[in-house]
Design a protein around this ligand. Structure first.
Ligand SMILES: Nc1ncnc2c1ncn2[C@@H]1O[C@H](COP(=O)(O)OP(=O)(O)O)[C@@H](O)[C@H]1O
Ligand SMILES: [Mg+2]
Length: 352
């Protein structure tokens, strides 16, 4: 029924309660059908509390139905209840639709998230495995480097010994022969005597060179007297050749040969750096042992190691020190501040 048409259309348009006394006399009752009996109507607007018209309810009555004020109010309030019920169910339907949509959305998102999660987990696993591999490779490299270091050290020891023993003995024998020669030929011409004297001097200085070269390769004192003595010896050698002055504060330590060698080589590298880079005139070396660890510290009063050099990939000397210390499960600290000197502090545990 269109708005404004017949009784229902009128109520739909006006929103007002309507009573029709008789279908035959009421001209507003425009819709008719064959065999229609005489009847009246109440047409009730279905209005919610918010005054929205949701529809109309039409009731058949006998002709001339009663039209009291209270029955009108009852009809209107029934219309209101029905409208509210309809509204309620509409809202419920909408809510259900909304919820379904939301659930679908959540399911979709959850699916996406699960997918992303699986990918992420895979990535994390892959990264962890790569890191693990990297760790193994680093460890292998460190072991290899240590192995090579040991071989070099053994080689140096062998060469040092051979140079010292073989060359040294031959030179000493030569020198003794020369002395004999001089004694056995007393009437020798002065210029020949002088030549013998020069030869003897040359042999002496060669013996000194051989001893120096052999010590530089590997100081025997390291194997015989230990780290503390070797450090003192090395300091004395530097004091002879340079203007550097040393403050030594070293104590005897009881450690195995391998660690002794490593710490001595680290000390030598740090010392070379002092000479090459620091412009210092004083070096302070300390070596201490307690129940857990050995601490070796080399400090200078020079211009200070630039902080950016500490972890620079070009600082191969420092990397070498760090790797050696790490191999022994220890740690190293390089402290450098412009104008405030440099300190290299090495700590290695006694029990690995
Ligand atoms: N005692 C020091 N005083 C000042 N600078 C230093 C000292 N030791 C190291 N450095 C700086 O750190 C850098 C890296 O040292 P290193 O790795 O031993 O390499 P290298 O000695 O071959 O240059 C040096 O080039 C130098 O600039
Ligand atoms: Mg260096």
């Amino acid at each position: 029924v269109p708005y404004g048409d017949c009784l229902c259309g009128r109520v739909a348009e006006s929103g007002e309660l309507l009573m029709s006394e008789s279908c035959f006399t009421d001209t507003r009752h425009e819709r008719r059908y064959g065999g229609m009996q005489a009847h009246g109507h109440y047409i009730v607007p279905l209005k919610t509390k918010g005054d929205a018209l949701l529809g109309v309810m039409f009731l058949y009555t006998n002709t001339h139905p009663s039209w009291y004020q209270h029955s009108q109010e009852v009809l209107l309030s029934i219309g209101g209840l029905v409208a509210d019920a309809i509204k309620h169910s509409l809202v419920k339907e909408e809510l259900a639709r909304y919820r379904n949509q939301l659930e679908e959305l959540v399911a979709e998102r959850t699916g996406d998230l699960n997918q992303a999660n699986i990918l992420l987990r895979k990535e994390v696993e892959e990264r962890a495995s790569a890191e693990h591999q990297l760790k193994i490779i680093r460890e292998q490299l460190r072991n290899l480097s240590n192995h090579l270091q040991n071989i070099r050290e053994e080689e140096k020891t062998r060469i040092a010994r051979e140079v010292h023993d073989e060359l040294g003995q031959s030179l000493t024998a030569l020198k003794m022969d020369l002395v004999c020669l001089k004694q056995e030929l007393p009437g020798l011409q002065p210029d020949l005597q002088e030549r013998i004297q020069t030869m003897s001097g040359l042999i002496d200085s060669t013996i000194t060179s051989v001893q120096r070269i052999s010590s530089e390769l590997r100081p025997q004192i390291l194997d015989v007297m230990g780290l503390c003595e070797a450090i003192s010896w090395q300091a004395r050698e530097y004091q002879k050749r340079t203007t550097l002055r040393f403050d030594l504060n070293c104590e005897q330590v009881s450690i195995n040969k391998e660690l002794t060698t490593e710490l001595f080589r680290i000390f030598q590298e740090a010392l070379t750096n002092v000479v090459r880079h620091s412009r210092a005139d004083r070096v302070c070396v300390s070596l201490h042992q307690n129940a857990e660890q050995i601490t070796l510290e080399i400090g200078d009063n020079g211009q200070g190691m630039p902080p950016e050099k500490i972890n620079a990939p070009q600082s191969l000397g420092l990397i070498g020190i760090r790797e050696r210390v790490l191999f022994f499960g220890g740690e190293v600290e390089f402290q450098g501040e412009p104008g405030k000197g440099t300190r290299v502090i090495v700590k290695t545990p006694l029990k690995p």
